[in-house]
Structures are given as C-alpha cells and as structure tokens.
Design a protein around this ligand. Structure first.
Ligand SMILES: Nc1ncnc2c1ncn2[C@@H]1O[C@H](COP(=O)(O)OP(=O)(O)OP(=O)(O)O)[C@@H](O)[C@H]1O
Ligand SMILES: [Mg+2]
Length: 299
C-alpha cells in the first residue's frame, strides 16, 4: 500500500488546478449525495465532459473511487482529502514539504514537515474509520473511505485545534497550534517519546506532579482531556512533559466532565504506581486533584 509520503512526493506535484477543482467539488457535494454523479462534476467544474479525463486520473491515483460503479459517481478517499489539505497548507505558506512519519496509529497519522522558514512542524492527519476497512483495502489497495468518517475526522481536527488554542495560551504544556485544514492539524514539533515507553526517568514523582498540575490548569481553562494515558504524554530529552491528542476533550460543564477527569487522573496514578513504584502522593497533588475532581476522588 502506498504511503502518504509517496503521495505527497509523487502524486501531489502531478495535480493541477483542475484536478483540485474536481476534488473540491466531490468533497463539497458529499454532503448531499452518497456518490457524486458525473453530471454534477461536469457542470460544477464548468468543464463539461472534459472533466472525464481528470476523473480517470484521480481514480487512477486512488484519490477518488466509485463504490457503486463508475457510472453512478464518485467519492473522495482519505488520500484525496489529504491532497486538498496539503494544497491549502502549502498555498497558505504553512508548510513546504512533508517529512518522515512520527507516529502512525489507529485514528491518526503524524508526520514531520518543513515550514517555509526552515523550521519543523508536526502534521496530524486524522483517519477515523480506517481500521474497519482494512479487510476491504487488501483487495482495493486504496484508502477506501465512508463520507461519514471523513466528516468525523474533520470534526476531530477542529476539536483538537480548538483545545490547543485554548490550552497553549493558558500555559498548559501542549504543542503550539499553527494551523488547521479539513482533517489536518499542524502544530509545533517536539522531540520526545511517549511516557508509556520511556525506560528511565530521573524524577518520576515530579513528572506525575507536572501532569496533575497541567490537568488542573486545563480544567481551569475549560478543557478536560478525557483520554489521558501514558501514550498521550510525551517526555522530552530534558524530561519536560507535553500532553497531546485532544480531539475528545469536553468542557467542565459537560455532565461527564468530572468522571472523565477522575478517570484520567486515576489511570495515570495507577500507571505511575505500577511502573515507577510510587506509593504516597504529596499532599499538594492530592489537593489539586480534589479541587477539580471533588472530595470523592478515590486513590
Ligand atoms: N507535536 C508533536 N511532536 C512530536 N511528535 C508528535 C507530536 N504529536 C504527535 N506526535 C507523535 O505521534 C503519535 C500519535 O499522535 P497522537 O497521540 O496525537 O495521535 P493518535 O490519534 O493517538 O494516534 P494513535 O491512533 O496512534 O494513538 C504520538 O504518540 C507521538 O509519537
Ligand atoms: Mg494518542
């Protein structure tokens, strides 16, 4: 299966304005059609039957597909959506090129990228629903995608970006948000590895304290992570923390907010107890947790 890197390198530069126009029209019309009929594409591009050739190319590159057959019409795939997002980010001078994968997971792929000033960025592509199509993909070798999954990925990207825009100025240790387009979020890049796989920490109790302080700050700022685990905390070489992966956050007014915060906190404390043999938590940490979670927080 081709990777997004090879798409960004080989396919992206073969696309001209008309290809992007067709992709955008398919994207837009998926709100009203299950598959976008050729006729709609012919008329909305203003290219008439000349759009046929473009559709063939896009289909060949596997940026679009025809789930009900070529004559019924087209859907866009994740790679098609990626090309549109990359195009927008390149045109807006946010990034110039995509680098190596930093994390390829279930719900998202994260790549490093180059900014026009030579700086490096992290680019997260949401991929909701991808796994459920794996079996099917083996036969099709394309990133087959249901429109509802594309919409869910775009929503997740918006959610994550909004959280970062609240949290970063509030001084919570999160990557600085740089831009968002469609299902893609661009942030500051960090050197760091997931807490879950860190082999040594000089002061584990202090790291746990940092996480608690930051979760409490996030609560004050109006954000509860709701999926906080040792996989969503990066540790930098200087042993600073960074809390990532925020698409599922809720505000403190959410009816489950306290429950989610409690769950986040107790998962982390359990992790530190197990892996770093931490017994007693300092009073100040407990106070912080209790302030946000309520007195009923059980250790
Ligand atoms: N700003 C960043 N700087 C450096 N690496 C990052 C950054 N953001 C994410 N990563 C890397 O990408 C991985 C996945 O990121 P994230 O947790 O945001 O996505 P995810 O949705 O959890 O993906 P997965 O399905 O793999 O869990 C992280 O574990 C981390 O290794
Ligand atoms: Mg994660």
């Amino acid at each position: 299966m081709p990777s997004l890197i090879s798409y960004a390198r080989d396919v992206f530069r073969k696309l001209d304005e008309n290809h992007f126009k067709v992709l955008r029209i398919i994207e837009r019309n998926l709100a009203s059609y299950e598959v976008v009929p050729k006729e709609v594409i012919y008329s909305e591009t203003g290219l008439g039957e000349r759009a046929e050739k473009l559709l063939k190319k896009l289909n060949e590159y596997k940026l679009i597909w025809a789930p009900m057959g070529y004559d019924r019409g087209f859907c866009i795939n994740y790679y098609g959506l990626d090309m549109l997002a990359l195009k927008a980010l390149v045109d807006r001078n946010i990034i110039t090129s995509l680098g190596r994968p930093l994390g390829v997971g279930k719900e998202a792929d994260v790549y490093d990228a180059l900014a026009p000033d030579g700086g490096r960025l992290a680019v997260k592509f949401f991929r909701i629903g991808r796994t459920s199509f794996r079996k099917y993909e083996r036969h099709r070798t394309s990133l087959v995608t249901a429109p509802s999954h594309l919409a869910a990925s775009m929503r997740s990207a918006r959610m994550e970006y909004n959280a970062l825009r609240i949290l970063h100025p509030a001084g919570v240790r999160v990557p600085e948000p740089v831009a968002r387009n469609r299902h893609v979020v661009v942030t500051e890049l960090f050197q760091g590895i997931e807490l879950a796989i860190v082999q040594s920490l000089s002061k584990p109790l202090e790291i746990l304290g940092e996480i608690i302080v930051n979760a409490a700050k996030a609560w004050e700022a109006g954000v509860v992570h709701s999926d906080l685990s040792a996989y969503n905390i990066l540790i930098t070489p200087k042993e600073e923390i960074l809390i990532i992966d925020w698409p599922q956050w809720v505000p403190p007014s959410h009816r489950m907010a306290r429950e989610y915060l409690k769950r986040d906190m107790s998962n982390l404390i359990k992790f530190f107890r197990r892996k770093w043999s931490i017994r007693e938590l300092p009073e100040e940490y407990l106070d912080l947790i209790k302030k946000a979670c309520g007195e009923s927080f059980l250790m």
